[in-house]
Design a protein around this ligand. Sequence first.
Ligand SMILES: [Zn+2]
Length: 591
Amino acid sequence: MALTLEQLNGVSHEEAAEILDGLYEHSPWIAEATLAHRPFKSLPQIKHAMARVVAEAGREAQLALIRAHPELAGKAMVSKTLTAESTQEQSKAGLTDCTPQEFEKIQKLNADYNAKFGFPFILAVRGPRGTGLSKKEIIETFERRLDNPPDFEMAECLRNIHRIVEMRLNDKFGVEPTLGNLVWDWQEKLAQHSDPGYAEKGQLTVTYLTEAHRACAQRISHWMRDCGFDEVEIDAVGNVVGRYKAARPGAKTLMTGSHYDTVRNGGKYDGRLGIFTPMACVRELSRQGKRLPYDFEVIGFAEEEGQRYKATFLGSGALMGGFNPAWLDQKDADGVTMREAMQHAGLCIDDIPKLRRNAADYLGFVEVHIEQGPVLNEMDLPLGIVTSINGGVRYQCEIIGMASHAGTTPMDRRRDAACAVAELALFIEKRAAKDGDSVGTIGILNVPNGSINVVPGRCQFTLDLRAPTDAQRDALVADVLAQLKAICERRGVRHTVEETMRAAAAPSAPGWQQRWEKAVDTLGVPLFRMPSGAGHDAMKLHEVMPQAMLFVRGLNSGISHNPLESTTSDDMQLAVEAFQLLLDNLSNENS
Ligand SMILES: [Zn+2]
């Protein structure tokens, strides 16, 4: 018999402690302290409360918690003295069934790891889908994490412990993230399509209108039909558009979606999570025979990343009338023009202007996206409320000094272009940090034709400056450019600055942000508001209609544009549930 929250909330402290026993390995104090926060309204609330108890317990208690865990495939497993929970988890991952070589490899890793960090390696071996990592994945993760700095690795162990607890708690309460698993499985299947040159290496790359890209559109459209969408089409730029019609004709439309193209060797969730999460909602609505009082339009945008052609946000931009006909003559690396690629895909180029949406027909736009950063992961929070998509400016710059002999030019008589850029880089680091949520990066720093024995005479570099509001960004830009001028004057060097990109910040519409907040709060997940450092399709829709985004935590420090990008099916389940609540609440407002 599975437990219920009512039982946990209703019984005595001792009985409740008994119920939560065994979640944290040999550490009953965590559940004990967490019970002070009863009554609980959801499992995510319990999980977060327990993580807070551990976070506030201090370093010694945290180390003791980590050391209370057995080594992977270690002595305790061999001598069969693991706890019941650990035995089940390690055997599910096949660790009780290692070849002698695998066993030897893991023992060596255990020894190296313990020597470096002084605690055992902790990994949630049931993995992000709960079905068990392969031994290959376990060994690769072990090897990768051996390189982490000690404090970071200790935090990573604690995060894995909380993930283990999350799954043990699900087991106790008989909860399975079935919709999260559905979303997970769609992403896994879609990731089977990858462009040539990457597919062979097991890497994911899907760029605009390649064979893999067109296959993705086909599969998304078929899955949309399976979900019960009333209309599904692939439009003139390759967007996959599904509509779930309102109970009555003539209603306004809520639009949502994200992109299905990827960067080169990217992750499986960037963009796609924002297509599949609302698809799972429609599937449930259709199964229950429910209609909303508004049309619901879910769009898989064909292009956002600007990889094959220099035409970022092509998919969502086309809906705003932002498709630039000059793009059609752009050539990819193989000399294929965009026009040829579109004709080959059977897209009707003449119909592109018809894609433009009339904003008056729309209630607004919402988008779910994986965070692509470390913030939620560090805070043990599954969901984040986006307050604004950062505005940004980019510059291509050069400092021109004087190339001279590295041996004979005294330090006080140099005009070193690279040192001037280095000084600016350190200024930007401090200046952006001062705002708290601004970011500034010199991503390229290049001494053309540099030599080991020549003082750099020229240094080319880029500036990327972003902030949640245009005013904050402009203040950052003004300070950085003033500092650049001052550095150059003091050092007797010249500089050039060319602006290459400028994007306005897209603050969330307050009403829509509040709808996400209400949904997340109902789930018992603590509210956390944050700006989006990365650009998203919602930025384009922002030009004509109110928008707000919801972020989902990424694993591995939220790494993205990287094959290590990951999130759990439990977090995806929460994203689906938050979306369902937003749709329900909106129905009540509009009925
Ligand atoms: Zn994205």
